[in-house]
Design a protein around this ligand. Structure first.
Ligand code: HEM
Length: 474
């Protein structure tokens, strides 16, 4: 092949009432025949924006083999193979080496990075916090946070960076659900610290890529580590104060912090203070950007598709939010929920789920080997040519009624799959529903960027230009 043009950005299209947003053209390549120049271009694109390296093969086959730094890896995007690896043989999978090297120093025992017996115990202790009953108890608090914060975030006529506003809002929602406001420091400083951690410490350092020993300092990470220490201190202080109140028998809020402090049973030792700190940091790290970007892409898609937006507005207008209990809202909003599902299909907020094989596994005429890297590429799976009709277009109707039943449960996985799937998915969906109702009942958002927004993966999948929007009153 000639060198793929990674910087080519096709225009969005609108044909016969169907909106097709701008997205990277898949790489048309047989890696075996690649020149040195092709490989260098791939490496640069991989560092700049990994989803731009997704190939036509990954979007049309169930498994594609590749090689990077002499390391075999497999991109999987076939429902049967995904089930085979992530459900039937999940014990043969470990977290991938590079991911752990980045995550472990940041979130230590946090559920996203924990492994083996520690992961099992912590997952068991955290699971009850995410049952429908508990999520219901959070929903009123989420609504109160949004009703308090949205009017302070923008007003009709404002031109805003939608991504920024959503990041602040989803941060505040999680922070309230975790600590009920009992955490020191102003919100702007807290959000900035989390961003610093993700943008610096949360990215691969060239020395990690080259597998240099851990004791050598990583200069790119220092800023992030300082921010992380500030976060640990704030969370540690909130925890100590809450524990002291509980020990004195005072009444305390039923938020995540109280639940974390009370977790533990006969067979599972309670969480240590460090483990609690790590889970709190993990919930914010895993839960605020993901949800925020999901809602941001939804709002963009609706800003471009008038007919889809009008149906959303009709649904939210017809919902009486003061008489229908929040957990029943989704039943009144089938189209709005379908639009959110479709936004997560086109723009999965956490697009890469990576693992390393611990043992050999035969699959059809293929032999996976211990040490092989497996990448579940949700961008490729959700836009797979064999699995979806018109895969690059915004068609919420695929998630409505009978159509939804035709979707294989292993072809749509925005929240991952298997025992390590997203523990926070109910929380995220609940939050998205309330946000959609409160935003679209009162406001309309007009996209005002000079260029179409470009999806860029920085751990999460965000709009490169922070999604400029004009706020209109409804
Ligand atoms: C739209 C929003 C969200 C999306 C798309 C999302 C996506 C994901 C995905 C794909 C995974 C699996 C990663 C893997 O297997 O390597 C995951 C795991 C996880 N998510 Fe989410 N997430 C969202 C919101 C949340 C929220 C709100 C929370 C917490 C309150 C959360 C907490 C977690 C945790 C703790 C894990 C690790 C689970 C484990 O390893 O046992 N997520 N998420």
């Amino acid at each position: 092949m000639g060198q793929h043009n990674y910087s080519f950005r096709p225009d969005p299209e609108f044909n016969d009432g169907v909106f097709k947003p701008s997205a990277p053209r898949p790489v048309d390549a047989d890696m075996e025949k690649w020149s040195f120049g092709d490989n260098m271009a791939l490496m640069r694109a991989l560092i700049r924006n990994p989803i731009e390296t997704t190939g036509i093969l990954s979007r049309s086959q169930e498994c594609v083999q590749g090689k990077l730094f002499n390391q075999e890896f497999f991109t999987v995007a076939g429902p049967d193979l995904i089930k085979f690896l992530f459900v039937q043989n999940h014990n043969a999978l470990a977290m991938n080496h590079m991911r752990q090297r980045i995550l472990r120093p940041l979130i230590r025992s946090g559920l996203v990075a924990a492994e083996g017996e520690q992961w099992k115990r912590i997952r068991h202790l955290l699971t009850p916090m995410f049952t429908p009953r508990h999520i219901r108890t959070f929903s009123e608090g989420m609504r109160a946070t949004m009703e308090r914060e949205i009017p302070n975030s923008f007003k009709p006529g404002d031109d805003i960076r939608f991504t920024r506003v959503m990041l602040d809002l989803t941060y505040q929602i999680l922070s309230d659900a975790l600590f009920s406001g009992e955490i020191d420091g102003n919100r702007a400083a807290q959000v900035k610290d989390f961003e610093r951690v993700l943008m610096t410490a949360g990215r691969p350092d060239p020395m990690d890529v080259l597998r240099m020993p851990d004791f050598l300092p990583r200069p790119t990470k220092l800023q992030g580590i300082r921010a992380l220490k500030r976060i640990w201190n704030r969370v540690g202080d909130a925890q100590k104060q809450r524990k002291a109140r509980m020990d004195r028998g005072e009444s305390v809020p039923t938020d995540f912090l109280t639940m974390l402090l009370e977790a533990g049973d006969d067979e599972h030792a309670e969480l240590t203070p460090d483990e609690i700190q790590d889970q709190a940091v993990t919930f914010i790290g895993a839960g605020h950007e993901t949800t925020s970007h999901g809602i941001t892409w939804l709002t963009y898609l609706l800003s471009q598709d008038q007919s889809a937006r009008e149906k959303v507005e009709a649904e939210v207008d017809a919902l009486d939010i003061d008489s229908v209990p929040i957990d029943k809202w989704p039943e009144h909003l089938p189209w709005t929920m379908a639009c959110f599902d479709e936004a997560l299909r086109l723009y999965p907020p956490a697009p890469f789920v990576s693992r390393e094989l611990k043992e050999d596994l035969p699959w059809k005429d293929r032999q996976f080997k211990a040490g092989d890297q497996v990448l579940l590429n949700l961008w490729a799976l959700h836009r797979h040519y064999e699995l979806w009709e018109d895969p690059d277009s915004f068609v919420p109707g695929r998630f409505v009624g009978e159509n939804r039943k035709k979707i294989n449960p292993f072809q749509y996985l925005p929240f991952g799959i298997g025992p390590r799937n997203c523990i926070g998915q109910r929380f995220a969906k609940q939050e998205a529903v309330i946000m959609a109702v409160l935003l679209f009942k009162n406001y309309r958002f007009e996209y005002i960027g000079n260029e179409p927004p470009w999806p860029r993966m920085r751990i999460t999948l965000q709009a490169e230009n922070s999604m400029p929007m004009r706020v209109l009153a409804r």
